[in-house]
Ligand binder design. Structure first.
Ligand code: ZN
Length: 220
């Protein structure tokens, strides 16, 4: 660990000069299919040691040349309705996704700056964009919405104030949204791993009988 720290420090001034953001305006126009993806997905391209995403993990013994890190966020709203059931009261909470819904940002990192002229045909770039296709698939938001609308949260209470009641139902709703959110991110993580397994982290093309759509559909 100490040795690694020393290497990092010694390499810092040079590394800083070799790190940065790759702006779309510096690149040639992308092919139509990639232009569509860039429109729908929030992506920041960067390179170099200084820009390395903190969540990056190195498979042992392998030099990782590129990595895509996605960050999903959600925004939700609740609506409470108080019902009486004999002597007991029941709070029915309906959960909906908020206006921004489920959003996903990406950092696509390269160890070395890819050649700008051949950027859109570079196999490493194309592999990372396949990762972006997986996490920015609009079906994730649809699924998230559907799962949230399937069940209302019910909190039962025989006494207590309405504000305690509201607090409890908000807490239960939050727990439910987080559980559904975890289902979605778990699915994305599985598909990221599947893509890397089938292509050996982009070193080879997908097998002939597999497509990215098949991975997205969960049936590679
Ligand atoms: Zn990969």
């Amino acid at each position: 660990m100490l040795g690694l720290g020393a290497i990092c420090l010694a390499g810092l001034p040079i590394a800083r000069a070799q790190s940065g953001t790759i702006l779309l305006s510096e690149l040639p126009p992308p092919p139509v299919a990639i232009a569509e993806l860039l429109k729908q997905a929030d992506i920041r391209f960067c390179y170099g040691w200084q820009e390395k995403p903190s969540s990056m993990t190195m498979p042992s013994g392998r030099r990782l040349d590129a990595l895509t890190v996605y960050k999903m966020k959600y925004d939700f709203r609740t609506q409470n309705r108080l019902q009486r059931r004999g002597s007991r009261q029941q709070m029915v909470t309906t959960i909906r996704l908020g206006r921004t819904g489920l959003t996903c940002g990406h950092v696509v990192w390269f160890r070395d700056l890819p050649n700008r002229e051949t950027f859109w045909t570079n196999w490493l770039v194309l592999h990372e964009l396949d990762h972006v296709r997986i996490s920015s698939d609009p079906r994730h938001e649809k699924q998230f919405r559907k799962r949230l609308s399937e069940n209302a949260v019910l909190v039962q209470q025989s006494g207590g104030s309405v504000s305690t009641f509201n607090g409890q139902s908000q807490q239960s709703a939050k727990g439910r949204v987080e559980a559904v959110f975890r289902e979605i991110t778990t699915l994305v993580d599985i598909r990221y791993k599947e893509l890397d397994r089938l292509t050996d982290h982009g070193l080879r093309a997908l097998p002939k009988d597999t497509t990215l759509d098949a991975i997205l559909n969960g049936s590679p």
